[in-house]
Write a protein that binds this ligand. Structure first.
Ligand code: HSE
Length: 420
């Protein structure tokens, strides 16, 4: 039996989940792996407050050096969240030759190169399965079992909070603000929900997943990002009528000479595998030239599911004779600022002769072809809702049309991308 000595940076929700899993299931893990996990120290802000877990006093510390500078601690698990001081602590641990296991997508995405360089220099391991998709083994899948593939596309529901909100909006016909308030009341959305609802969380995750999948750095600042705050019950209802389900997607594509990396709400055909991933569940749909298509689905957040991925990483960190280092191509691909997809354009327009022709003409002028059109609330001389779904069209061309449409004739209320 080999003992693995661990230091935890943070003992909140995730750290507490790891403490619990090691306490309740560590014996079984030991039988299966021959590794006895021992949490020697856990960094907390206040030793009297540590998430209500029954942790012996001698384990708790408020001094990071008790973990980062202790030669007995082999693996440092980081659960502080946020960019700093998490990133510098991980860097210090790696510098001291300790492997790092983290769930922190923000610090990882922003300091990926620096952390990998330090791990390479000292031979320590850097593991981050829990940073994307919680319990879903997507990071491992991309790097190991699926390595013999050119991954052409990844499309993920990687934020549980927004998936929960969109699922309820669809089920109840409710508006975004009302569902958000309820989710906050139930503790399912943060009091400051921006990281989730504005798409930042998903963008960090896409930056990590895309960098690994495409072997080319996808910096988070190059990820196009749009959250769910402008989505209305009306959009969801019309979309459904036309056979679509709305999701917040993190989309990555390798187009050969560039990468697409975008996070935004998108309609998916109701029979797409991601369309039925509801509530706070996460899922990542991948297309590789060899395996073709695949979807991994599961719990993307929560103490126990996240701890499952963390403990898996700890075992890998303790077992691997040589720690894996993701291959990054030297001729990094640029992240595209334009792409082709389909568009749902919802507008209010005067129900009068020539209006439809005017809009169709503007679209045609940019080479955009309409696939489906729906008119609602028609009353001669009054206002009608017009919905156009286009064929594949360049994003920039669609934006030009939307900007150029005469507001005296029609007012565009929302534009939502349509994926497949
Ligand atoms: N806030 C994230 C979510 C979980 O709602 O999915 C942590 O990544």
């Amino acid at each position: 039996m080999k003992e693995v000595v661990l230091g935890l940076l943070g003992l909140g929700n995730i750290g507490g989940g790891v403490w619990d899993l090691v306490r309740t299931f560590g014996g079984e893990v030991e039988k299966r792996t021959g590794l006895k996990l021992r949490i020697k120290k856990a960094l907390v802000l206040d030793v009297k407050v540590h998430g209500g877990k029954e942790v012996p006093d001698e384990v708790l510390t408020t001094d990071r050096n008790d973990i980062l500078e202790d030669p007995e601690i082999q693996i440092v698990c980081e659960f502080l969240g946020g960019e700093q001081p998490a990133a510098s602590m991980m860097l210090r641990a790696l510098e001291n030759g300790k492997s790092v296991v983290t769930a922190n997508k923000m610090a990882l995405s922003l300091h990926f190169d620096e952390l990998r360089a330090m791990a390479k220099k000292t031979g320590a391991g850097l593991y981050y399965e829990a940073s994307v998709g919680g319990a879903i083994p997507i990071i491992n899948a991309i790097q190991s079992p699926l390595i013999a593939n050119h991954i052409e596309q990844m499309m993920g529901i990687v934020n549980g909070t927004t998936n929960y909100i969109l699922t309820r909006m669809a089920a109840e016909g409710a508006e975004y603000e009302d569902v958000l308030k309820d989710a906050q009341r139930l503790g399912l959305a943060e009091p400051n929900p921006a990281a989730d609802v504005e798409g930042f969380d998903a963008a960090y995750k896409l930056s990590i997943m895309g960098s690994l999948g495409f072997h080319s750095r996808v910096f988070v600042e190059n990820v196009y990002r749009e959250g769910i705050t402008n989505v209305t019950a009306e959009d969801i209802a019309y979309g459904r009528e036309m056979g679509y389900v709305l999701k917040l997607l993190a989309i990555g594509k390798d187009n050969g000479d560039s990468i697409e990396a975008r996070v935004h709400p998108a309609f998916l055909p109701a029979d797409h595998p991601l369309a039925r991933v509801d509530g706070s569940l996460n899922a990542v749909y991948l297309y590789g030239h060899s395996f073709k298509d695949m979807m991994l689905e599961g719990r993307g957040a929560g103490d126990a599911p996240t701890a499952s991925a963390i403990v898996g990483d700890i075992i890998q960190a303790a077992t691997n004779a040589v720690h894996p280092m993701p291959y990054m191509r030297e001729d990094a691909l640029p992240v595209a600022d334009d792409w082709q997809t389909r568009y749902f354009i919802r507008m209010k327009a005067k129900d009068a002769p020539g209006v439809l022709a005017e809009v169709a003409g503007m679209l045609a002028g940019e080479g955009i072809s309409v696939s489906t059109m729906m008119q609602k609330g028609a009353a001669p001389g009054g206002k009608a809702t017009l919905i156009f779904i286009t064929h594949l069209a360049p994003e920039k061309a669609v934006r030009r049309v939307v900007k150029a449409l005469n507001p005296e004739i029609c007012q565009v209320e929302n534009v939502i991308r349509v994926e497949s």
